[in-house]
Design a protein around this ligand. Structure first.
Ligand SMILES: [Fe+2]
Length: 200
């Protein structure tokens, strides 16, 4: 047995994955699955003291990166992490056809939602209007529907989130991106995926 196989998943993370697999097995639609996952994440994963301690050492994901914790081999859901440095501004985007649950483990962020206000007649052009900006606090998760236009803004302190995606995004589908200044709309690949083990 070598050092790698000695490592154990953080117990709360292992349990979260098992519970998600049970949800995916029982319910066929992503909306129901993700709403159940929302409750599970807030009740059992985000309050876990070992996870809260562990996340203090996660590396920054500056430069459009995500930590990749887990991809389910059977159901395809993905668990990522993001670590924002103080003062980080987030760009406006959607997640294409995926549902995304964005759970803050540490710090706080502003979660902005937008609506599209142009008539979609011009290729590569989109006007968006800010409709809400909610303060996201550690312990709470925000469920983002497919094609919802949004941005996550960092704060004056480091912030850390765990993200559950109903489906692999990167390499499967391109996400929408919206430039608020120039109204340019384009699609692109999601963040670079950096494998990272949530082991004790
Ligand atoms: Fe997002």
């Amino acid at each position: 047995m070598n050092a790698t196989t000695d490592k154990q998943l953080l117990p709360a993370f292992g349990k979260f994955i098992q519970n998600l697999r049970n949800i995916w097995a029982e319910y066929p639609d992503d909306e129901t699955r993700m709403k159940k996952a929302h409750r599970l994440m807030e009740d059992e994963l985000l309050p876990d003291p070992a996870l809260q301690e562990h996340c203090k050492n996660w590396p920054s994901t500056e430069g459009r990166k995500n930590l990749l914790f887990y991809t389910d081999p059977d159901y395809g859901f993905v668990i990522n992490g993001v670590v924002r440095v103080p003062g980080r501004t987030g760009s406006v985007h959607d997640h294409a056809d995926a549902w995304v649950l964005y759970g803050l483990v540490d710090g706080h962020e502003t979660l902005e939602r937008f609506e599209r206000v142009d008539d979609r007649s011009k290729e590569g052009y989109a006007e968006v209007r800010l409709t809400s900006a909610n303060q996201g606090q550690a312990g709470h998760a925000d469920l983002v529907q497919p094609y919802d236009i949004h941005a996550e803004q960092g704060s004056d302190i480091r912030s850390v989130a765990v993200i559950l995606r109903s489906n692999v995004l990167v390499g499967r589908v391109e996400q929408g991106r919206y430039d608020r200044e120039t109204h340019k709309y384009y699609t692109g690949s999601g963040p670079e995926q950096i494998p990272y083990e949530l082991t004790a």
